[in-house]
Design a protein around this ligand. Structure first.
Ligand code: SF4
Length: 90
């Protein structure tokens, strides 16, 4: 992927060219559990293209300290910045 930028912003595909991963019945179960328990996963935050495969085998990778990454990798979709919310002990 190119590192080209416009006004120092990384190039992104236009919205109309982006599509979400289609989940099958098995992967929807893991997706529902993640939603039900309000969990943060790198799978969803990074918009990983392997979600259907991993979720359908019962696998997901959690972000246990929140949804924000302190690194600034431009290729990654995980929200970046300084975490501002306190830790959720639950
Ligand atoms: S566990 Fe699977 S879906 Fe989640 S980030 Fe890793 S490869 Fe992607």
């Amino acid at each position: 992927m190119s590192n080209q930028t416009i006004e120092n912003k990384p190039l992104r595909l236009p919205e109309w060219l982006q599509r979400d991963v289609l989940l099958n019945n098995k992967s929807r179960k893991v997706h529902s559990l993640i939603q039900e328990y309000d969990l943060n996963t790198v799978c969803q935050s990074a918009r990983c293209p392997n979600r259907n495969e991993c979720f359908s085998s019962g696998t997901a990778t959690f972000m246990i300290l929140g949804n924000t990454c302190t690194r600034g990798c431009t290729f990654c979709s995980v929200p970046k910045g300084k975490p501002e919310l306190p830790l959720d002990s639950n």
